[in-house]
Design a protein around this ligand. Structure first.
Ligand SMILES: N=CN[C@@H](CCC(=O)O)C(=O)O
Ligand SMILES: [Zn+2]
Length: 412
């Protein structure tokens, strides 16, 4: 990076081998050979061949100028599904799963999510925020500039609110944009039955969450042995009444109607979709619900991957997310892009769209997040790879060399 030469708020990135702008067609708009963008006051004002961009926005006038020769520039990565605020260690369950115990058996035995609930209830809000901030640092180093974070390890009003406080605190002091989701309906706490707990989520937790005013989305684990489709619908509709946009965990282990619920409540996304069939896919597409697939979870569980190709072959986009949680210790969207390609046959361009603009759609962002178009916020990743397809192709080291948030270098 050259030294700042003026005190203007101009940022220029130039000389890139490839620069991906956004998904204006199936392959996305890619500018090749000596590509550049310029940003003024944090917003992209020009993008294209370097000679054109730099004639209007010369390097000498820039406060920040990045020579991306030999490199690739992508929109900042958007991770639309994580459970990144937690405490404790479940690596022993990883070993149990290697020996054949299933995820559902561990949860039914009071482990899994419920063990993390014990650890989170014991942790202070400050500890939870510090844990999350440390994970955000790693995500940023790997190119993520926007991330959604869910609650759901409290399962009582007080701890769910503390989780939201921790999410807000960690996000406030951090360059990564953090989008909070309330997920009180992540599991049923010990000592309660599902119906009783559904009632508690609707009549106790949701009003308190709305009053607190931090959460933007409401999510439910609609799954065999967890919340039924009807309970999920009830919770998401109640959340909507309080202004929370619905999201849903659907069809991870069994297809029990989560896609219908997603369509009926107007969910921003339906996530997992490992067991979704043609009808379920049509339902989501018809209702404009963004499908989010989580190949890290399938990889970690040794499960089959979601059928992303069926959406893509029918002309629909698919978002990718890490699903970072104690059962899926993945914070790198680059690795998720590789899993998308290797596990689900997504082309590198489809995977890049999946971790940028499609992921932004899963979070209902229509402000250019996940693109580098004129008018978008200048969130960008400069990668030490000679073309965009190397993001999926290489999976040995982190290729991120510089991350910009609103035109400012926040990691290099
Ligand atoms: N499946 C439900 N929730 C998370 C896992 C959370 C956990 O196991 O702690 C998921 O999306 O993968
Ligand atoms: Zn999840």
């Amino acid at each position: 990076m050259t030294e700042p030469t003026t005190d203007s708020d101009l940022t220029v990135v130039y000389g890139a081998e490839e620069l991906v702008v956004g998904p204006d067609d199936e392959t996305g708009v890619v500018i090749r050979e000596d590509a550049a963008f310029a940003a003024l006051d944090g917003e992209v004002v020009a993008v294209g061949p370097a000679d054109e961009v730099l004639s209007d926005y010369p390097v000498e006038d820039a406060a920040t100028a990045i020579d991306a020769t030999g490199k690739t520039v992508l929109p900042g990565f958007v991770d639309p599904h994580t459970h990144a605020v937690f405490a404790g260690d479940r690596s022993d369950e990883f070993v149990a799963k290697l020996r054949g115990t299933t995820y559902e058996e561990i949860l039914a035995d009071g482990g899994g999510i419920l063990r993390t609930v014990d650890a989170v209830r014991e942790a202070s809000t400050e500890e939870l925020a510090a844990n999350l901030a440390a994970h955000l640092d790693v995500m940023l180093e790997h190119g993520t500039t926007t991330v959604e974070v869910k609650t759901g390890y409290g399962l009582d009003t007080e701890t769910e609110l503390r989780m939201l406080d921790a999410i807000e605190t960690a996000g406030d002091g951090h360059p990564v944009d953090v989008i909070p989701t309330f997920m009180g309906a992540h599991a049923v706490p010990r000592g309660m039955d599902t119906e009783e707990y559904t009632e508690a989520v609707v009549s106790e937790q949701l009003p308190a969450v709305a009053e607190q005013g931090i959460a933007e989305f409401c999510d439910v684990f609609c799954e065999r042995g967890v919340f039924t489709a009807e309970q999920s619908r009830r919770i998401l509709e109640a959340g909507r009444e309080y202004g929370l946009t619905p999201k849903i965990h659907a069809d991870e282990f069994a297809a029990i109607g989560g896609t219908d619920v997603a369509a009926d409540v107007g969910a921003a996304s339906a996530d997992h979709l490992l067991q979704t069939d043609d009808d379920g896919r049509e339902t989501l597409v018809g209702a404009d619900v963004t499908p989010v697939v989580l190949p890290g979870t399938a990889f970690g569980l040794g499960a089959e991957y979601a059928d992303a190709r069926s959406f893509l072959d029918a002309g629909h986009e698919v978002a990718l997310a890490t699903d970072f949680n104690p059962n899926c210790f993945a914070r790198s969207m680059g690795f998720v892009a590789t899993l998308g390609s290797v596990g689900m046959r997504m082309t590198p361009q489809e995977a890049i769209r999946g971790i940028t603009s499609a992921a932004a759609n899963a979070l209902d962002r229509d402000d250019g997040t996940g693109t580098l178009r004129s008018g978008s916020r200048a969130d960008a990743v400069v990668l030490d790879i000679p073309s965009a397809r190397h993001l999926s192709y290489r999976f040995d080291t982190n290729p991120v060399s510089t991350v910009l948030k609103s035109g400012v270098v926040v990691h290099e």
